[in-house]
Design a protein around this ligand. Structure first.
Ligand code: AMP
Length: 198
């Protein structure tokens, strides 16, 4: 299969070609058409290095309305490093789409800087759970327009003790928000989240 056959638009195909990403990986072949063509939640078991960021990033970018200046996608990640990496990948993939803005927010950076940046809502927020909750409590982030909630490295977030935070965040989202969960393992705690929310 080609990325074009999976249903991606020319702007995304152009960025992929420029970055020499030419053949979809297995997770991309499965996830991209599913995310583009259904309204269902997704549980995907995939390790880092399999192309999982593109597997959710590309079809989600294609479904953002750039003219609606509201947070439409929230990606929750366990660490600052992953937040930066995911935001960078999404920035690269969206280079030829006009006016899609992504911001990464994570603990360890001054929250005042996040607040200043988020005066204009970003289409995509990539966040660690604690910092996102802090911003929600301060009413800096509005999840009312959210279309996709993505839990990236969900098993790692649970290992790090983020389960209560994830519970609060999922409950702060409207029930119709599509949930995409990526994990490298399927322990009981992940199965519990899947049963409860997905
Ligand atoms: P990830 O699994 O998201 O951490 O991606 C690992 C790396 O593979 C990233 O640097 C991606 O840019 C790259 N990548 C993603 N998809 C592909 C692909 N289909 N072909 C080649 N490289 C890819």
């Amino acid at each position: 299969m080609t990325f074009s056959e999976l249903g991606l638009n020319t702007a995304l195909l152009k960025s992929l070609a420029e970055n020499n990403i030419l053949t979809p990986s297995e997770i991309q072949e499965k996830a991209i058409p599913f995310i583009l063509n259904t309204n269902k939640n997704l549980v995907a078991v995939a390790q880092t290095g399999t192309g999982k960021t593109a597997a959710f990033g590309l079809p989600v970018l294609q479904q953002i309305d750039p003219s609606l200046q509201q947070t439409q996608v929230l990606v929750l990640v366990p660490t600052r490093e992953l937040a930066q990496q995911v935001a960078k990948d999404l920035f690269v993939f969206s280079r030829h789409i006009v006016r899609i803005h992504t911001e990464a927010v994570y603990g360890g950076k001054k929250i005042e800087e996040n607040i200043k940046k988020l005066e204009i809502p970003r289409h995509i927020l990539v966040a660690t759970p604690g910092r996102l909750l802090d911003l929600l409590d301060r009413k800096i982030v509005d999840l009312g327009y959210l279309k996709f909630l993505i839990l990236d490295e969900a098993d790692e977030m649970l290992n790090m003790g983020f389960e209560p935070d994830i519970d609060r965040i999922v409950r702060a989202c409207k029930p119709k928000v599509r949930k995409l969960l990526f994990t490298s393992t399927l322990p009981a705690a992940i199965k519990q989240i899947i049963r409860q929310y997905m």
